[in-house]
Structure formats: C-alpha cells, structure tokens
Write a protein that binds this ligand. Structure first.
Ligand SMILES: [Zn+2]
Ligand SMILES: [Zn+2]
Length: 388
C-alpha cells in the first residue's frame, strides 16, 4: 500500500504482553485442559471479566477520558480506572492522549499512531511492538488529564496497580470457586488476550469493514458485528465524525452496551452531563452522505441510461435544493433561539422553546420526507437504469 515504515526500536514490554503471553496461553491452556479440565466457573469468570476490563476501556479510557463525552463522580472514576487497569493497555494518560492524536490525524501515515494506511497489522498491533515516533508520548493535547488526580495517580503507580488489581480480582474468585488455576488461566490470561484484541479491532477492522453513513472523509466504518465484539465501539464511522457524543451506536436500537452503562450510571447519580449531538446535525450528516452516494450511483449507472439523464439529475438537484432550504430554516430558528436567550429572561425563553420544539418537529418531518424521496429515486435508478 505504502512504502514500508522505517524500523523503530523494539518495545520489549509490549512484546512481553502482546506476544509472549499469547504464546504461554497457547501452550498452557490446552495442556491444563488435557490434564485437569476447566470448571464451569472458570469459563464464566472469563466472560464476566472480559466485560469488566473491556468496559473499563470503552466507558472509561475512551469515552470518559479521551473524549470527555460525560462527567463522572469520583467513585465512578475510581471504578473505571481500576477496570481499565485490569485491561493492561498502558495508563489512561498515555492511551487517551494517543487516542486524541488518532482522531486529530486519522489515516495520516506519519501522525496517526495507528493509521490503517500503514496496513492491518500495524494498525492492529504492530504500532505497539516498536517505538514509532507517531505513538510517542506527548501530553500537549491532554492538559485536562494532567490535572486529573485519578489519571495521574494511575499513571504514577501503574505497574503496582496492575499487579494489585489482578490479585484483588482473580485470587478471591479462584479461592471461592475452588479452581484457582482455571480462573488464573481463563479469567486471567485468556481474558486479557481476548480483551486486548477486542480493543485492537477498533483500530484495525473498524477502519476497514463496514459502511460509511455519516462521512467518507476518513476510513472509519460502522459495522454491527464489530459492535457486538467491541462493546458498542463498532459504530466507528459515527464516532469519528461526532467524537464527543457519549453514544457510538446513536440510534436507540443499535447495540452499544457502553452507552447503556453510561446512561445507567447517570440514572444512579454517578455520571452527568452526557453529551449528545443534536439529532438534526446527525440527520444532516447522514443526508449529505446520501446525496453524495446518489451522485456516485448516478455516475456509475448513468452510463446505462439511454434516455433523459438530465431528468434524474434535475430531480436530485431539486431534492438537494429542498434540503438546503430546510437547513436554512433551521439555522434561522437556531439564531432566533440564541437571540431570545440573550435578550430576555426565563419566561420568554420558555415560550420560545415550546414554539421551537414544534417547529423543529416540522423541520425534521420534512427532512425525513426528503430522505424517503431520495431513497426511492436511487432504488428506481438501480432497479431499472434504462427507464430513467
Ligand atoms: Zn478510529
Ligand atoms: Zn475515539
């Protein structure tokens, strides 16, 4: 794809965690299974603890600390920090700062720490095995994290914390279930390896497989199957355009357990100020992409059109005009809303809000109508290109 990256010095700690441990697992787990068999509780511990460590990364490292998509109380921060520590993916400070760089320079082969344009292997795991300059720690983009006591405590005592968290979680479970080695091997080792690759898939496959309903300006994809594997992070196309939203699966029916966890924490008073991108902005992005795809379809299928292609073109143009008109209406409404907030006091704002709510609904209905019309147009064009 691109010229091979110049070799950087090997990161031996990463090689130990990401290469040596899996080799140990491949040998030790079948061997133990052959001689002793794993208890059901050891298997259960693996699945439950996979959730614990993965959600520590998705809800904590990623959505809370890297993106500030919501605010957490101190107890929740401590819990998420410990869960994330259990996933062994370096400190919050290093992880979240690097992830901000990924969003800022996404796909850039020199500046995105895990750019997919350097290939699957590099984006998945290779970027960690050597000390490449793109992934070098630089906390200029993380002044907020440098002030966060929980983050800085974890960064300072990272290695002892990793050991302590593993002992505090695995030993009591092993003791209680009477299958210490089973829990250490499945709930400890195997769970750690699975949890690593679950996160790594977000950087590799989520930039390769799936659809791009919101933007095609980067490689990030939306993929339901990857969402299942990654605790909701598979809606990565949405995430790259609206990174501050606490949801990645933004539609209510999309599988995003991390969003459900954060929402539940907010209901329990442990989290607040959950950030949501206004639905209008989301629809706007979606619709703009639909127009773009419609134009691309036209370019492909248009060659087969024997008759009047200008009719189709003008219909799409008309739809686009109607859409732009709706957008203008909405912008005006938004300005009115802002002015009302500045100019007058509570009562007036309340009245205005009520009025706006109704008008927003109308605007949204029109948007839905345009979308349906456009879908129909494209479907007909694909089904029967020559008749258009
Ligand atoms: Zn990404
Ligand atoms: Zn992100």
């Amino acid at each position: 794809m691109n010229a091979p990256l110049p070799k950087a010095p090997i990161n031996w700690i990463a090689v130990f965690a990401l290469v040596f441990l899996p080799i140990v697992a491949i040998i030790a787990i079948p061997l133990y299974a052959y001689h002793h068999d794993f208890s059901v509780s050891a298997w259960v511990s693996m699945f439950v603890l996979l959730g614990v460590s993965s959600l520590g990364i998705t809800a904590g490292y990623h959505r809370l600390w890297a993106h500030r998509a919501y605010e957490a109380t101190l107890p929740l921060k401590i819990i998420l920090m410990l869960m994330g520590t259990f996933a062994v993916q370096n400190s919050i400070l290093f992880w979240a700062s690097g992830h901000r760089t990924h969003h800022r320079h996404v796909d850039d082969i020199d500046q995105d720490p895990y750019s997919i344009n350097n290939g699957f292997w590099y984006a998945h795991i290779g970027w960690m095995l050597r000390n490449y300059p793109a992934a070098e720690a630089n906390y200029k983009n993380a002044p907020d994290l440098l002030k966060d006591k929980v983050v800085m405590f974890q960064d300072k005592y990272y290695v002892p914390l990793v050991i302590a968290v593993h002992a505090a979680i695995l030993l009591p479970i092993g003791w209680a279930t009477g299958d210490m080695w089973g829990v250490l091997l499945l709930g400890g080792l195997m769970r750690l390896i699975l949890s690593h690759h679950v996160t790594f898939f977000i950087n590799s496959l989520c930039h390769m497989w799936g659809k791009r309903p919101y933007t095609d300006e980067n490689t990030a994809r939306d993929n339901f199957w990857l969402a299942i594997a990654t605790w909701g992070e598979g809606y990565h196309n949405y995430h790259h355009i609206f990174q501050y939203d606490y949801r990645n699966g933004v539609k209510w029916w999309q599988y995003d357990p991390t969003k459900w966890l954060i929402w539940s924490c907010s209901k329990l008073g442990l989290a607040k100020n959950l950030r949501r991108i206004p639905s209008f902005n989301i629809k706007k992005a979606e619709l703009a992409m639909k127009f773009k795809y419609a134009e691309q379809d036209l370019a492909v299928y248009g060659h087969n059109v024997t008759e009047d292609i200008s009719t189709v073109k003008s219909r799409i143009a008309q739809e686009y005009d109607a859409f732009s008109q709706t957008l203008n209406d909405w912008t005006k409404l938004k300005e009115l809303e802002i002015q009302a907030k500045k100019a007058s006091m509570a009562e007036k704002i309340h009245q205005m809000d009520d009025k706006l709510k109704v008008e927003f609904q109308l605007v949204e209905q029109r948007l839905a109508h345009h979308r349906a019309a456009l879908n129909l147009l494209v479907r007909n064009l694909k089904k029967n290109p020559a008749s258009n």
